[in-house]
Design a binder for this molecule. Sequence first.
Ligand SMILES: [Zn+2]
Length: 382
Amino acid sequence: MQFKDIIGQEEVKEQLLQTVAENRVSHAQLFLSSEGSGALPLAIAYAQYINCLDKRTGDSCGECSSCRKYERYIHPDLHFSYPFFASKDARVAVDVLDEWRSMLMNDPYFDMDIWRSNLNAENKQANINIAECHDIIKKLSFKAFEAETKVLIMWLPEYLDKEGNSLLKIIEEPPKNTLFILVANNQEQILSTLLSRTQIVKIPKLSDATIEGYLVERHGLGEQQATECSFLADGNLIEAKQLVANTHNEHADKFSEWLRMGYGNRVLDLTAFTDLAAGWGRENQKNFLKYGINFLRECSLLLSGAETLVKLPGRSLDTAKKLSAHVLDLGMAEAIIHELERAHYHIERNANPKILFLDVSLQLVKIIKFKTFPQGTQHIYN
Ligand SMILES: [Zn+2]
């Protein structure tokens, strides 16, 4: 992970770079932040930078042998510790390292709830237990394999029991060239003995503007929707992403229901849907139509036999497969996409949403139910 992959936090990045430039990297640091600020990705980018063999201005190179291993979280001198659910098969954290790595590869912004559900352990008690503490001491007492600096990143030291005190000695007098980075959310829940032995790096919440920009750029949200989401997320990027996913699911449910109404020629339902959609507000209407366009493009890929290219998430993918197998053909998908694009164009230009959604609904019936494709029809919505 490079600094450039991290959302916002320019000041912290600068501060961390300075510690390396001035050769004052403290060997035990505690990155303290509220959830969703990116403290874990920052810790990884920092460690990667420290070990990069060809440092560039402001970032690691991303290409040297060390960076390449760091990017895949497989560097032999990069160790992770984190809460897990002890069992017969998971005695220490490294026993669930595969799950941890794939979590990081998938998205390094996650919280305990997401980690827990990835381990399929919703109701179990997580901790960093004594066996794990002993494993950390053992791992760090070996000489480094290839890096100049061995790194241990411990995510959520709040989950250390009193046994965490067994780590005090190694944190206070670590083996040569060893760096500890603890990544925590709640200062009060950390063993005070541990706190007093670390240098605290405070990482601020992300600003609304940063989250807003991220949602517009990376998730294609409209500005108004991005503003709403970033306001609700209150500096928590994980929360912001979940809000986007929920909106996505809502659109998915409504859109597939709309197609079903068209297929069933359910005129009364379509009228009711039109009334409902008319009240959504322009931004939401546009997002809904955009969702429909993207969804049908993915259906077209399925219908062309290019399933490996389809990027729809789980539930939407199931719906797309069912529709593509039983209802849609390529011509229909294209005709509906055309209608939705036209509607999107007119919504942007202040068309009357009620007339517009009713018109598209009727086109849906024509296309899906009666398989007649409108050709060159001219519509005036205003
Ligand atoms: Zn490098």
